[in-house]
Design a protein. Structure first.
Ligand code: ZN
Ligand code: ZN
Length: 327
């Protein structure tokens, strides 16, 4: 089969490779689409020690099951494979499983014509849901988890929410918040092109945090979808006393948190990683009902053009999400 291999720092190429074979309890999926994630870019930049080339990246995937309990049906893949036995798995938190794997990390990923995953990692999708929108289920599940944690802390629909970063995860968080009836959203995004795109989506107000840093500490909820020292510093400054910062980005590990202020002003800081199975199901529900879609911010390109897509994202010539058509 054809697959896009990450071959070394800032390099990838189409190669012909053996198609995977499903063992007992595994489903072979004939892939339709797979989105390029920020973590794929991180690997491509040579910054992810877990993703060693040559490797097929990609974990935001949909296609048709060729065998198993969903044979012949359109399916979305939950790429998080956990042990099912440890306390985290047993209590519904497989994203915390110490033995967890993700396709496209050590296991072969989905920038390919086919991939194999455990039967339990495929979910049939509604016939009315397009494959290209269903390919957003995985990053949307990340956003659902982030928003759910924020709302569990501050349920007020009138909450003032600031999202740091207008990339795919920040944008998806805004779409989820809008779907949940939270209209007071501001999105900090230094890139003018990205702000322009955000403004066309009617998901709140974008602003340039460099030219116009927020002046007061009034945000009930801050979602840091960048995760850099700079955004942690900004989040520390703009969250209100008693508010919450949910940290979902993984940009760098520089300092930036004002822990003294958190202590003196009862500010909650929490991270979120991936999603639980119910977050993934909720993401598919939002897509199936049309509450969230890729209209206006995603672009589909052919797998053959995948190497160029990585370059374009790197150089900033790309929309927040490129989805590769794998057939
Ligand atoms: Zn991802
Ligand atoms: Zn486990």
């Amino acid at each position: 089969m054809k697959a896009l291999f990450y071959t070394g720092t800032q390099a990838s190429e189409i190669r012909d490779t053996d198609a995977p074979v499903a063992a007992t309890g595994e489903t072979l999926v004939d892939l339709a689409f797979c989105g390029i994630c920020g973590s794929d870019m991180h690997a491509w930049h040579g910054k992810d020690a877990r993703r060693v080339p040559p490797l097929i990246l990609g974990h935001e995937a949909v296609g048709t099951a060729l065998n198993g309990p969903h044979a012949g049906k359109p399916v979305a893949i939950n790429p998080l494979i956990s042990c099912q036995k440890c306390d985290f798995c047993q209590s519904g938190h497989p994203q915390l499983c110490a033995a967890r794997e993700l396709i496209g990390m050590r296991l072969p990923g989905a920038f390919a014509e086919q991939v194999v995953v455990p039967d339990r990692n495929v979910t049939e999708i509604d016939a009315g849901l397009s494959f290209s929108d269903a390919a957003l289920a995985e990053p949307l599940a990340v956003a659902v988890r982030t928003v759910r944690v924020a709302i569990a802390h501050t349920a007020d629909p009138a909450a003032r929410i600031v999202i740091l970063g207008g990339g795919a995860i920040g944008l998806l968080c805004a779409l989820v918040l809008k779907a949940y009836g939270r209209p007071h959203i501001r999105i900090a995004e230094p890139n003018a092109l990205r702000r322009h795109r955000l403004d066309g989506l009617d998901i709140g107000e974008s602003y340039d945090p460099v030219a116009m840093p927020a002046a007061d500490s009034s945000a009930d909820i801050v979602l840091d979808a960048v995760g850099s020292g700079i955004t942690r510093m900004a989040a520390s400054a703009i969250v209100r006393p008693g508010g919450i910062i949910v940290h979902v980005g993984l940009e760098d590990s520089e300092p930036g948190l004002d822990t003294r202020r958190f202590t003196l002003q009862d500010i909650t800081f929490t991270g979120t990683y991936c999603y639980r199975p119910d977050d993934f199901a909720e993401a598919l529900r939002l897509l199936t009902e049309g509450a969230v879609s890729g209209a206006g911010w995603t672009e589909i390109r052919d797998l053959d053009a995948g190497a160029q897509a990585f370059l374009d994202i790197h150089e900033g010539h790309a929309p927040p999400k490129i989805i590769l058509a794998t057939h």
